[in-house]
Design a protein around this ligand. Structure first.
Ligand code: COA
Ligand code: AMP
Length: 632
């Protein structure tokens, strides 16, 4: 779609349904929709009601039928195991169809839930696509989450089957998954009928007789299963994400809107063509992994890269350049943290000089704010545009971006560029009035939201309305604050809730506070996100002990760190905590987390007018200083 970006955006705004109907022509439907958008039941909206489709067919089968059978669909590159494995579209179809047969053999039917708790092995994608093939709803749980988090998701999704692997590999560490899975099943109230375990050579998991089955043994016996037509409005997957209460929210994704939006995004946002190699260096456990490792590149007939490694240390900071060069990658999508890690280890780009990045044309960053330093460094090193774009698990694709396939707009480091067609973005003050350009406020999306965005939360319409739609009627609250400048560029500045972004991973400080409060010596606590040069933010806990506790602070802190690791997972990166005498509060008893964060970050702050006792802030500053905050 050539032409100026502003023209394309205006054409969407003038006729949103016509715009998406045209985009939907790129999808193979069994039956077309009755209408493009059902807006008869606000604030609930459904895209393409009446249409019948299959996501897996659009990701794989149609490419096999239409000339891409021998093209590579997926390349698994695993520096941590020294493995490379390549699947053509035809080979991927065989694997997925056969695993769909395995699932059917386990009694999985359309609408049943299947939890996928796996590391970055291609079997994770095969499992997801197999679910889509038979209309089952997958829910992938990130491997870095501990049993407790997994159990919460099992309870909510009530899966018929859980698919897992014997282990994950983190750098040089092998992490057995099966004990975590067994514990999660033990503590959850919804028990799966069966578990399918992919045994990796590094660890052999013990299987529970009558409940657990080996992936490869079931595959040997299975008959391939065909695609099952589903309604466009049927759920494709549930992805749990951190919510403000510490209880994860089950974001629902539908089949039809998701297909249309993601297919559109590949050319228009990422400027890649069918046949190109596209790489999202993330994890299938996150939304980036769902949308841009598995689904969108396959919808578009690209080759996707499944990378099991890190940007540094596997084996060196040239890892990303090697992958780009080995497979002729056109576009890379990752989190700014990855580039901060590379920059820290190889500031002059010595490793880059060893590789020819030939076809590479654009770097895309998201997941957290791109600091202008990192963005400029990456741009200078790579000599390609570096695009910051902003989105959320809830939206499934970007809300604002530089739509490089339409027109590469001038890059303003620090801004995630402009709202993408599909999104009417506004900035509101606390009373819900639009603010002037340049003024910070709550960023909201005018309803209806774009195709592919969440239609609701799993089994929780009420929670969906309460969490996202009740703040400003008629709008979806993104919970990000920021502003739109005079050129229409959007600047995302901070979350308005308790979510923090640690190495691009979305975490709830409320969830961590819940864990700390369970310690028998803790009277009360607060967890804040403090600025970190590598991971963007790190959680830091401040705890007040119960009267009379005489144990050494260090012992209690060690226990707290261990508890968060056990309850939430290593991914929380919770390693900083300090004991304080009191927490600063407003006169109505609200803990002043924002002010404590400013003190920790060394940012100027105003004394909150409602503060109960200003002297406490001095005590907090002293406590933070013992941990070396603020950093110089
Ligand atoms: N399974 C088990 N443990 C995991 C895990 C997984 N899938 N993913 C991470 N962890 C563990 C890590 O090993 C680490 O454990 P440790 O505290 O014992 O060292 C901990 O969780 C924190 O992980 P992380 O924050 O990723 O730190 P790291 O030091 O391992 O790596 C980076 C730092 C910057 C290299 C890494 O975060 C990275 O590559 N980020 C890229 C961004 C990204 O993929 N974002 C996803 C959203 S787009
Ligand atoms: P997640 O749901 O894990 O994708 O996290 C979404 C949140 O990450 C957003 O609400 C933002 O707070 C943050 N985020 C994602 N992308 C960006 C970006 N490009 N700039 C600033 N913040 C971002």
């Amino acid at each position: 779609m050539a032409g100026s970006f502003d023209q394309v955006y205006a054409s969407w705004k003038a006729d949103p349904q016509g715009f998406w109907a045209k985009a939907a022509e790129e999808i193979d439907w069994y039956e077309k929709w009755d209408k493009v958008l059902d807006d008869s039941n606000p604030p609930f909206y459904r895209w393409f009601p009446g249409a019948v489709v299959n996501t897996c067919y659009n990701a794989i089968d149609r490419h096999v039928e239409q000339g891409r059978a021998d093209q590579l669909a997926l390349i698994y590159d695993s520096p941590v195991t020294g493995t490379v494995k390549k699947y053509t579209y035809s080979e991927l179809k065989d694997e997925v169809a056969r695993f769909a047969g395995v699932l059917k053999g386990q009694g999985v039917e359309k609408g049943d839930r299947v939890i996928v708790y796996m590391p970055m092995v291609p079997e994770a994608a095969i499992a997801m696509l197999a679910c889509a093939r038979i209309g089952a709803i997958h829910s992938v749980v990130f491997g870095g989450f501990a049993s407790n988090e997994l159990a919460t998701r099992i309870n909510d999704a009530a899966p018929k089957v859980i698919i897992s692997a014997s282990c994950g590999i983190e750098g040089s560490r092998v992490i057995p998954y099966k004990p975590l899975l067994d514990e999660a099943i033990d503590i959850s109230s919804a028990k799966p009928q069966s578990c399918i375990i992919f045994q990796r050579p590094q660890v052999t998991a013990e299987l529970v007789e009558g409940r657990d089955y080996s992936w490869s043994e079931l595959m040997e016996k299975a008959e391939p299963a065909d695609c099952v037509p589903v309604a466009a409005t049927d759920p494709l997957y549930i992805l749990y994400t951190s919510g403000t209460t510490g209880v994860p929210k089950g974001v629902v994704r539908d089949n039809g809107g998701h297909l249309v939006a993601l297919k559109w995004s590949m050319k228009n946002i990422y400027n890649v063509n069918p046949g190109d190699v596209y790489w999202a260096a993330s994890d299938v456990g996150w939304v980036v992994g769902h949308s841009y490792i598995v689904y969108a590149p396959l919808f578009h007939g690209c080759t996707t890269i499944f990378y099991e490694g890190k940007p540094v240390g596997t084996p060196d900071p040239g890892a990303f350049w090697r992958v780009i060069s080995d497979y002729n990658v056109s576009a890379l999508f990752t989190a700014p943290t990855a580039f901060r890690a590379i920059k820290r280890e190889d500031p002059n780009g010595e490793y880059l000089k060893k590789y020819d990045l030939g076809k590479f044309h654009t770097l895309f960053l998201a997941g957290e704010r791109s600091d202008p330093d990192t963005l400029s460094w990456a741009g200078n090193m790579l000599g390609v545009p570096v695009i910051d774009h902003w989105w959320q698990t809830e939206t499934g694709w970007s809300i604002t971006a530089n739509c490089t396939g339409i027109e590469l707009l001038p890059i303003k480091p620090g801004s995630a560029t402009k709202p993408v067609p599909g999104y009417d973005l506004q900035v509101l003050d606390e009373e819900g009035n639009q603010v002037d350009s340049g003024t910070i406020g709550s960023i909201v999306i005018k309803l209806p939201m774009a195709p592919g965005n969440l239609p609701t939360l799993w089994n929780n319409d009420e929670g969906y309305v309460k969490s996202y739609l009740s703040g400003f009627p008629g709008y979806y609250t993104t919970a990000d604050a920021g502003y739109i400048d005079q050129d229409g560029y959007v600047w995302i500045m901070a979350r308005t809730d308790d979510i923090i972004n640690v190495a691009g991973h979305r975490l709830s400080t409320g969830g961590m506070e819940g864990v700390l409060s369970d310690h028998p010596d803790v009277a009360e606590c607060a967890v804040i996100g403090v600025a970190d040069q590598l991971k963007g933010e790190l959680p830091l806990g401040m705890v007040v002990l119960k009267a009379g506790v005489a144990r050494p602070d260090e012992d209690i802190i060690k226990e707290l760190v261990k508890m968060v690791r056990q309850e939430i997972g290593a991914v929380a990166s919770f390693k900083l905590a300090v004991v304080v005498q009191r927490l600063p509060k407003t006169r109505s008893g609200k803990t002043l987390r924002g002010t404590m964060k400013k003190i920790a970050d060394g940012v100027e702050y105003k004394m909150p007018p409602t503060i109960d006792d200003p002297a406490i802030l001095g005590e907090i500053a002293e406590a933070l200083a013992t941990l070396g905050y603020p950093k110089q």
